[in-house]
Design a protein around this ligand. Sequence first.
Ligand SMILES: Cc1ncc(COP(=O)(O)O)c(C=O)c1O
Length: 372
Amino acid sequence: MNTSYEKWIKQKIVKLQAIDCYSAGVTPELLAKQIGVGISQVVKLNFNENLFVNRGKQTALMKELADEIDLRMYPEDEVPKLVKKISRYIDVPEEYIIVSNAGDELIDRTIRLFIEKGDVAVSFSPSFAIPRLCVKRQEGEYVTIPLKEDFQIDVKSMLSQFSDKTRLLYLCSPNNPTSNQMKPQDIETLAKAFPGIVILDEAYGEFADYSFVPRIREFPNMIILRTFSKAFGLAMLRLGYAVANPELAKITTEKAPLPYPVSGFSIRMGIKMLENMEIMKTAVASLKSERGKLIKALNQINGIKAFDSQADFILINTKKNADEVYEKLLKRGIMLKKWGKILQYENCFRLTVGLPEMNTKLIEALKKIQSD
Ligand SMILES: Cc1ncc(COP(=O)(O)O)c(C=O)c1O
């Protein structure tokens, strides 16, 4: 083989291998096989998916779509139609809206467009992992400031990091994994002082108390990220959007840079869900009601502390070692996201608010494990 190619590809692969990537760990099918149960017995509470969305109604919409769309065609007219519907949903003009291949792609796209080698991004910790991975891939620096003990932002320390090298501020609210919303005044102070792009990640916005979307005109440097994966229960389809001032929205849309980055099927399904808004609204109301009950039940277990939540998941801390609890839950077919140490809490887990029958299994398992 060509020696120039061999030398180059070896070096390239070493460089690519050094890029940190997201790893989800064991999958439900793999776990079911490992513990010798059927997939339906796995209690999957590790990905913040919304099982309260009525699957029958969603399937009926998909069937309608099957008759309406022609898969042989490129999705030319789909995005403007979705933008119109989103505009009505969030009450923001169409020119403020960016459609994306879900939230992760929007984060990736924004960072690819705006962050260059040597630029610095600022965020707090713990928080969502994807922005750090994207900034690192751009050969930028990712600086994080720990949240305060009440999971709110240490504004003074964050402000002290701002300089003419800091070009991205990533704020997640409600925050994954702590599940709380940040104080609006803190977000405002930081966004107004920041000399770069601010991504405000509101992926869990529909489960929360407030949103910055109605205030977007006050923040010309802000991109507010929303997704169809959570409240609307379309995680499989990879559909999201963002809200930003028209100049930012236009450049982020036009320089995607592929001509049809989002699947037409996904877009049309997003439109259907927005035309049948009661599916999402009912799901969110049911989930929030179950969330309250679940937090209460978790807090009644000896050795468990469950924190309040404004998302579709809950953060808990266990007295017992997180690795031990995690393995015992897996053996019972229960999947949570293990975080380990978060600030002053040693053994943390993030768990999706599941359907009542899933939560009952979780509660029983945790009671048993804590009393062993
Ligand atoms: C805070 C946060 N932002 C964004 C996302 C991305 O979601 P998606 O790519 O499915 O829209 C997630 C997914 O879990 C998340 O937790």
